[in-house]
Design a protein. Structure first.
Length: 449
């Protein structure tokens, strides 16, 4: 009996006091970090609206026969209003007829696809007549900047860029027909205009979605150029200076994810301010846990440390990044002491933080392809004979080096193939089974000369 009473008396010390201490520790939130407060906030566009291709890009998905810019302005107005009123967006689905699927230059040779199929391809392009007119207006813009002057949240809708990608495929299919008809100069002009626009979009995309769409579209252009080099090399020699200009280096700002990461943090920050939403879907236990063990500012500060840290991590050279790629989620299991302060916030940040390395590597892969084709253009411009290509490549400038090895590109004399390394991000598309890719073999992209 005395033993029982002794343990009973110790109960407050062993259980109640520690529980009370944890509650007391969690009674106080931290001050919001100044960097966390500023990062990812809405900001005004720096490009004047009448010179910004953003609305024209949204308008690519407008109703058939509709005013595409009116559609885009209505889309943007609804996005802003929903953010201002803190409600879900009510974007209207566009009424568009189904288009035929055209060749994708990043997956197959469009020049081969249209051979002996001129009439079929021309008929298919009729379905894209309006899209092509809209696309031509789009790529005539001299600047692109995604508008993020309103807060994006987890439920925010991003622009529907798929119609733009489909129109680009039609644009390149039409260029392939021009090559087939002997109008090489016309085809080159079409690709040149498209590449210039995709560079604008790469540099001006502030969201991860926008940056990856621009990278995918630019990849199609590069693949089409590689296709031309392999099928029309002799005819392309007089156009070598034009190719050199088209394949100039991609600006470093278009290849890093600093601004994109800031935008992604802004979305996460708004979610972490109220992760339970209106609370109607939460049980009373969940509400109590969030009330006592979720510290909003402390959680946002932790998320800021993650995102700002990943900004630094993703600036690493591509070879190092590919070699040391790891899961971007918060490292390791929670330790017992992690549960003492803000345990709900710490659990949330461990499950909600996404991975970004594969996206950074896709941009480095894009750079590798651009360098590869730029070097091919240099070889053509210098009119290097086959037996001299190996020496020319070995002595090439560092701007033509394989970004993953820091060394000259590889020249395979027997197959007359110039190649560069790639990461898994492009060569497998992040999938377990590698999808079909144009001129990809293992982790290398090549062009035959």
């Amino acid at each position: 009996m005395k033993r029982f009473l002794r343990w009973f008396c110790l109960l407050p010390i062993l259980v109640v006091l520690p529980a009370a201490s944890v509650l007391l520790v969690n009674a106080i939130d931290r001050q919001l970090n100044a960097g966390a407060l500023a990062m990812g906030e809405p900001r005004a566009a720096s490009v004047p609206l009448d010179n910004n291709a953003y609305l024209a890009a949204i308008g690519m998905g407008a109703d058939d026969g509709a005013d595409s810019l009116a559609f885009a302005n209505a889309w943007l107005a609804e996005a802003r209003a929903a953010a201002r009123e803190n409600r879900p967006e009510k974007q209207r689905e566009a009424r568009r007829a189904q288009r035929p699927v055209l060749c994708d230059a990043s997956q197959t040779s469009c020049l081969v696809a249209v051979q002996n199929k001129t009439a079929d391809t021309t008929a298919q392009l009729e379905a894209y007549r309006e899209d092509l007119a809209r696309y031509e207006r789009l790529i005539d813009y001299s600047a692109f900047e995604e508008i993020t002057d309103y807060p994006f949240g987890m439920d925010s809708q991003f622009p529907r860029y798929a119609p733009m990608g489909a129109a680009q495929r039609a644009w390149l299919a039409r260029a392939a027909l021009a090559v087939q008809a002997g109008r090489l100069d016309e085809a080159l002009a079409a690709v040149e205009r498209d590449m210039a626009f995709e560079r604008h979009m790469l540099a001006g995309s502030r969201t991860l979605v926008g940056r990856m769409v621009a990278a995918a579209n630019y990849t199609r252009d590069l693949s089409f150029v590689a296709d031309l080099l392999q099928t029309s090399l002799t005819d392309l020699k007089p156009h070598a200076p034009r190719l050199q200009a088209m394949l100039r280096p991609i600006p470093p700002t278009a290849l890093n994810l600093d601004e994109v990461m800031a935008g992604e943090f802004g979305i996460m920050k708004r979610f972490l301010r109220n992760p339970s939403g209106d609370g109607t879907q939460s049980g009373w236990q969940e509400k109590l846990r969030m009330l006592f063990f979720y510290k909003r500012n402390a959680t946002i500060n932790d998320a800021y440390a993650f995102y700002s840290g990943k900004q630094q991590w993703l600036r690493r050279p591509p070879a190092q990044l590919a070699r040391e790629i790891r899961d971007e989620a918060a490292d390791g299991e929670m330790k017992p002491w992690d549960y003492l302060y803000n345990p709900m916030g710490k659990i949330l940040t461990r499950v909600a933080m996404p991975s970004f390395s594969s996206y950074a590597l896709r941009l480095h892969d894009l750079d590798a392809m651009n360098r590869l084709l730029a070097l091919a253009a240099e070889i053509i411009a210098a009119d290097v004979p086959a037996e001299g290509v190996a020496d020319f490549v070995a002595k090439s400038s560092a701007r033509f080096f394989d970004p993953y090895t820091g060394k000259p590109m590889m020249w395979e004399s027997p197959d007359k193939r110039l190649s560069s390394s790639l990461s898994d991000a492009y060569s497998t598309g992040g999938a377990k089974e590698s999808p079909k890719r144009f001129n990809i073999e293992g982790r290398r992209v090549y062009v035959r000369l």
